[in-house]
Design a protein around this ligand. Sequence first.
Ligand code: C2O
Ligand code: CU
Length: 578
Amino acid sequence: MNTGSLLAADLVIAVLAAAGWLGAGTASAARRRPLALGLAAVALLATFARAITITALARAGWWFAAEKALIAAPLSLAGTLVAGTRLLRIPGDIRSTAVPLLFAGYAGLGALLVTLLHGYPASAGVGLLAVAGILAATVASWRVLGTRPSPMVSRAVAVVAVAALVTGTGLAAPGSAPVMPHDHGYRDARTVGEPTRRFTLTAGTATVRVSGRDVAAWAFNEQVPGPELTATVGDVLEVTLRNRDIARGVTLHWHGYDVPNSQDGVPGVTQAAVLPGQEFVYRFRADQAGTYWYHTHAVSDVGVQKGLYGVLVVRPVPVTGVDVTVPVHTLAGQTLPTPRVEPVGVGEPVRLRLINTDSTTHRYALAGTAFRVVAIDGYDLQGPTPVVDTAVLIPAGGRYDLVFTAPATPVALFVDGRAVYSTGPVSAATDRWPVLDPLGYGVGAPVPWSRFDRDFTLVLDRGLDLRGLLPRYGHTVNGATDPDIPPQVVRLGDIVRFTIVNRSMVVHPWHLHGHHVLVLSRNRTSVTGSPLWLDSFDVRPGDVWEVAFRADNPGMWANHCHNLAHVDAGMTLHLMYS
Ligand code: C2O
Ligand code: CU
């Protein structure tokens, strides 16, 4: 069983145990003896099974098990002991076991809430709050059922509950939020030389036509996607961004293009959002060839989805052969681009630049030919071998470049089972194809660093966010949401290692601005294929990724999940240079 399913199994078992004890307690309060005993047996079995899942999770990595081992296990143990010893004294009146059984249920429920609302890292404060809640519920049950124990016992319980509440609140109260230095003297664009490629992008509300339907969108130059920006290595790009009527502001972020910080387009960090009637000029040198994209970074979860994105392709030299970009996007429930059929001469080299501009993973399958994956996230792979009848999974924000030589028979590219690009009619059932694992594809090379100057661990989870007016269920990094996640501070020249751990039940496509990271390992297995320099990678439930990079691009950089709704729910932090 992989760690993701182990996390899910553990959760189901924990729910079963808590529900079992609570059900048993309720049944015994109602004097339904067989039901009470049956449910207690289920709860007991589930509690034992949990010992196994918690141990297995701890072996997969302490991040997955910390609060389960330190808080849930002792609480369940206490609950089981209290309920078990009471049951063993074969009671004449089953009702006398009700409160002990309910106590075990409250203990299980309390532990479950610690995992669901708080998670990693385990904290004494949260543990004490759980204890206070469990005891309070137990006292209330005594009252309701009129089965008070001796005054000494009930007084002792009350005192412990109050003490746990007071200490727990003190310990769990959030410390002061880290202060983000605000360098509002946004550095001017570096002198990068005279522009050789100029573009103007005007953002505005627009009505666009998608598969015969009018859709209300936000668009650059009234089209979705925005204009395709192309350049040749060495060009200096100058892109003027204007905002016509997007009230919440726009910016341009060059996704995967490691531009100087002042050009990175993150509102409130590298520039102010461009409001209606305003403009901002971006200028940078196109030093790196490859497939990239641009998108607004102001209220990005809404803006990108509504259409404020486009393709950026930098080519090494004038290209020969067919070179096609396929940016896949979901706009108002419709998939873009609209399918296109384009005959290609036999023997012609074809390059397909696949881009996922959505917030979730897409599955791409090229049918009718063998092909090679020659680049991922704009960086060439080493020694890519031909593969056939194999799918690729592209994370949110990611890009794969596929090449092949056009055969005499037609070829088609399917995205999630639907043909979006073809050279003629192809029928193929691609959904059973194996998926290419880029970590084992191509020819390996040793990692260029043997020591790391900085080590950061990012544990991704869900948790209660009490910062705003209303509490909400956020997406957390190390138990906190933006802006309470401390920034990662590095020095110019440092070799930095990130360990990224996903404790949650959903995929988090991770994206660091300003740098490509070299993948070291996933789930303790080192990369065996070509070096992978990525800017977007899917950290699936239960995954542990180790990646590293050289801190060579000074500034303040966003470091976030590229499921943009998760960013809105707090999953973003910053990397900054001291
Ligand atoms: Cu493509 Cu900060 O994002
Ligand atoms: Cu996410």
